[in-house]
Design a protein around this ligand. Sequence first.
Ligand code: IVH
Length: 663
Amino acid sequence: MNEIKKRVEELTKILNDANYNYYVLDNPTITDQEYDKYLRELMNIEKMYPQYAQTNSPTNRVGGEVIDKFKKVVHEKPMLSLSNVFSEEEIKEFDVKIKSDGYNPSYVCEYKIDGLSVALIYEKGKLIKGVTRGDGVTGEDITHNVKTIKSIPLILNKPIDIEVRGEIFMNKKTLYKLNEKRKQLGLPLLQNVRNAAAGSVRQLDSKETAKRELDNFIYNLPEADKFNIKTHLEALQFMKDLGFKVNSESKLAKNIDEVIEYVRKTTIKREKLAYEIDGIVIKVNDLNLQEKLGYTAKYPKWATAYKFPAQEVLTKLKDIIFTVGRTGRITPNAVLEPVIVMGSTISRATLHNEEYVKSKGLMIGDIVSIRKAGDVIPEVVEAKTSRRTGQEIPFKMIEKCPMCHEKIIKISGQADYYCINPSCPKRNIESIIHFVSRDAMNIEGMGDEIVEELYNLGFVKNIIDIYALKNKKEQIMEFDGYGEKSLNKIIDNIEKSKENSLERLLFGLGIKEIGTKTAKLLASYFKNIDNLMQANIDDLKDIKDVGQVTAGSVVSYFKDNISLINELKNIGINMDYKGKNAGSNDLVTGKKFVITGTISGIGRKEIKEKLESYNAKFSESVSKNTDIVIVGENPGSKYQEAQRLNIPIWNEEKLKEVLNNLQ
Ligand code: IVH
């Protein structure tokens, strides 16, 4: 064999082994100096003989690859989240529920690592892709950054095709060191280990990620059956043997009492760990039983996460300020002396309304206790009255809107005050922000700050003005920060939003009591806005899950807003429900589809939604009953199966052509 190629292979092995021993086993076998020497030698060879540079060379560890944009990747199997329990009692209930189905499982207890989940895909034992969880269906391709994480193997011990999932995280000490450096440089500090890890993997330049010293634990093997693995514990061992870093604290618990014992022990150990954990994950060990227990739309039923109780910290209540929401609701907010609770810096907390503040007897200047649990928003628990100095100022509810200075009113029977001035700037800005938001009209590019600026500049004073922006392009471009390209994009997205299905509009209008779920319910029931506007309270109450208050709110909204709806209609905004059963298309309606691989520019969820709205059916596997298989980039074995069974195949081009022809 060629001498150079041989040396490349030798060096690769030395460096990969050294990495594994140091970062996975925590058992260094060579010195840092030796490592650097070998790494430099390999880098030099790769520079002189690029033809020998391997895609998964250990030189990737130092970063170098820069991308200009994160590619979207659809997960082969969705990446689910976990249900939560908050007490020993709830842990027992989780067990009782499974037992009530007639099972008697043993569990695996694992640390719930506070980081971000990642899917790692290997082909023939080589790492080819790292993808973030994203929304669970579609994630972002972060391969270039994943390769810099030294505890993630670039090459496995066996040349197999496999996907594994786990958590990327940052050690507590690393965050501390990083923040010390940032302080010196005058950069904003990273709030907590999770944000720091998430920000680090979302760097376009992998050299930046390499500097962040990220780490990982692998805890999930989505296709264990492919390897004839029967239990979660076996899956962990299997992944460990392949070279992955698996947390050695994961333990088998024969019954729920052993789970609780593990939880208690870990609660004590937690502080001393090098990394942050926010709970314990409890998983049914038997994979067969896992399948039997199945899933809800979001969570597996065979696992749950026990979350550690909220931590309480004392700080000073410096002030109480008031904000105005889109409905005009006035909310008091606590301004706090910044304090770190559960790894996050807290300086604000909502105080909900006047009664809430009064019931807690809060005074400005009080020492208060703050509570925060994981992702949950911070809460002011109580004032430490024994620490009062006499300088505290009593709380007083305001009488005028802090934005427009009009008198605010309280609706009888309700706790909240409202600003009812229809031209209150803050109310209007908030309602426009709501209208364009993701779950409403989903106008990408119109972020909160842009909306506020366009409002202040007088271009968008209400939702009707959004649709006239295209006529004001030249004027807007005179202001700083508005390039033609970005403006065109926003205008395109505005135009596209006209085609949204009715429920998006209903939610976006900001009708009191109408969240996304009720909006969808109303849209699918009434099919178009005219039917809905003609409905009276009784008609509305006929719908399951719609009560008196919601029905009343809908009727009164449309009574007051007929002209707004007419204007929106004249602009050309769709007012029909386009969901299920809405359309019919010979190529799609009634057909059974299977998707494999990635389609560029469109997520799997979106494709499904669109085709399902034309009454298409989807299934996970190809059979002789499948009508069409959609094949994207990097398809799985479903592609071969489709060819074997002679099932019509749509490539990306064909799919997009069909989608374009649907409404
Ligand atoms: S299992 C289908 N195990 O917690 C089961 N998740 O709240 C998938 N996490 O999205 C998750 N440590 O990011 C699992 N040992 C562990 C975990 C863990 C941390 C994260 C993961 C997940 C989130 C759910």
